[in-house]
Ligand binder design. Structure first.
Ligand SMILES: Cc1ncc(COP(=O)(O)O)c(C=O)c1O
Length: 424
């Protein structure tokens, strides 16, 4: 008699992952396909030479080189944590004192994905509630579902998550006796994935104030994901949501070097509310007792040598050209079809399209296979919706312009236009 492995509830919830699998398999099967789906960064401008210089800086100092090859601490390399904190304060034009911040609240993680997971795992029991804007980053939606959380989506507009919608949802949950189950609000505050939207400066303090006002029994933490803050192509930077939370008990920040430098380094960081530091470090201790020292020493050198800023300048220009190409192609190819709408992002890596009502963009709808046959892959919008709250809009498409060339982007949009015409 053969026995069967009895997987944990969590492993069973994690099963499937249709989006990653399906999209990857499709891309492999058809190499000439233009992928406007993958959230990869521009390949040709990856910082090979700058990384060599940073590595040489580490290697030229024997003590530093040895430390880079040794285990480090769970919280991360002190100079890197210090630099992360200083950069954030500088970007926000604030002092550590004004924001009640110290380097003890800065944690280095293996990608910001790990930070988000550690925070979620520290706060959420199955059935606990997370509120997010709709649409939302599907990897985080999957992660939260995997932890057994209920994720409730509230409405966004061109200025980001609507404070009144958040308030209405909290009122509804309170009436249902569920306020004490609300643990987290998750927000991508700059050039959101997938919507491309940046939360307006006016809304930022309101969101903090609402989270604080409704933290009646226990704190409702607001996690501000700033993965795309540096990828700004037009306009001015605006202060983080964290900068409107002077005592820092509500807002924690998740940041990443993946988009701004290199995802291969898997460098992420968190600036945490004081109450989250210890639990996150305990969880991280159980998981890996520290992210790779080598990568942290390397990133420290990247940041201190001015290498980071120079690279950023370069990729900003690359992406500015790419997004212009995508928006021009959309104006030429998609606008004439009619009833297709998109917001014009000023940064990030995504353009979020609304197709005419009734066109199902999902894997089982007519457009997806048609688009592949025409030579383009996109992310069906339905993956960006949590299972509760705002209903899933079936006619949405996420396009990424990070990876393909400008020529590829043009061809991809032409292919998409042909596919849409074919199903209208
Ligand atoms: C909004 C958002 N947050 C976090 C991440 C993850 O980045 P990291 O490579 O730091 O784990 C991504 C990656 O695409 C993202 O889009």
């Amino acid at each position: 008699m053969s026995s069967k492995t009895n997987l944990s509830q969590r492993a069973r919830r994690a099963g499937g992952k249709p989006i990653a699998n399906v999209l990857m398999a499709r891309t492999m099967a058809q190499p000439d396909l233009v992928s406007l789906a993958a959230a990869f960064v521009d390949h040709q401008s990856l910082p090979i030479e700058p990384t060599r210089q940073a590595l040489e800086a580490v290697w030229s100092q024997p003590d530093r080189a040895l430390a880079a090859m040794q285990y480090g601490t769970t919280i991360g390399h002190p100079p890197l944590r210090q630099t992360v904190l200083e950069q954030m304060l500088e970007a926000d034009g604030r002092t550590a004192g004004e924001l009640s911040l110290s380097v003890d609240q800065v944690v280095i993680t293996t990608g910001s994905t790990q930070l988000l997971y550690l925070v979620a795992d520290s706060l959420l029991d199955p059935g606990d509630i997370v509120i997010c804007g709709v649409p939302s980053y599907f990897v985080v939606l999957g992660m939260l579902g995997n932890l057994g959380a209920r994720v409730i989506g509230v409405e966004m507009d061109a200025d980001g998550l609507i404070p009144e919608a958040l308030q209405d949802e909290l009122t509804r949950l309170e009436k249902a006796g569920l306020l004490d189950r609300v643990k987290l609000v998750y927000i991508v505050s700059y050039y959101d994935n997938p919507s491309g939207i940046t939360i307006s400066a006016e809304r930022r303090p309101k969101l903090v104030e609402i989270a604080q006002r409704w933290s009646r029994g226990s704190t409702i933490h607001l996690i501000e994901d700033v993965a795309y803050r540096e990828l700004r192509y037009w306009g001015e930077d605006i202060p983080s949501i964290r900068s409107f939370d002077p005592d820092g008990r509500t807002v924690s920040v998740a940041g990443s070097f993946s988009k701004s430098f290199s995802p291969g380094i898997r460098g992420g960081w968190g600036i945490l509310a004081p109450e989250l530091v210890e639990p996150v470090l305990s969880q991280k201790g159980n998981l890996d007792f520290g992210s790779p020292s080598f990568n942290q020493h390397l990133m420290t050198a990247v940041l201190e040598k001015g290498i980071f800023e120079a690279h950023l300048e370069k990729i900003r220009e690359t992406y500015r050209q790419k997004i212009e190409t995508l928006l021009e192609a959309a104006d030429e190819q998609l606008a004439p079809i009619g009833r297709i709408e998109w917001v014009r992002p000023t940064g990030g890596l995504y353009v979020w399209l609304r197709l005419p009502e009734g066109i199902d963009t999902g894997l089982s709808g007519p457009l997806f296979d048609r688009a592949i046959a025409e030579g383009v892959l996109y992310v069906p919008g339905e993956y960006c919706y949590p299972s509760e709250g705002c209903p899933i809009a079936r006619n949405m498409v996420r396009l990424s312009f990070g990876m393909p060339s400008r020529e590829g982007i043009r061809r991809g949009v032409e292919s998409l236009a042909r596919a849409i015409r074919g199903v209208i």
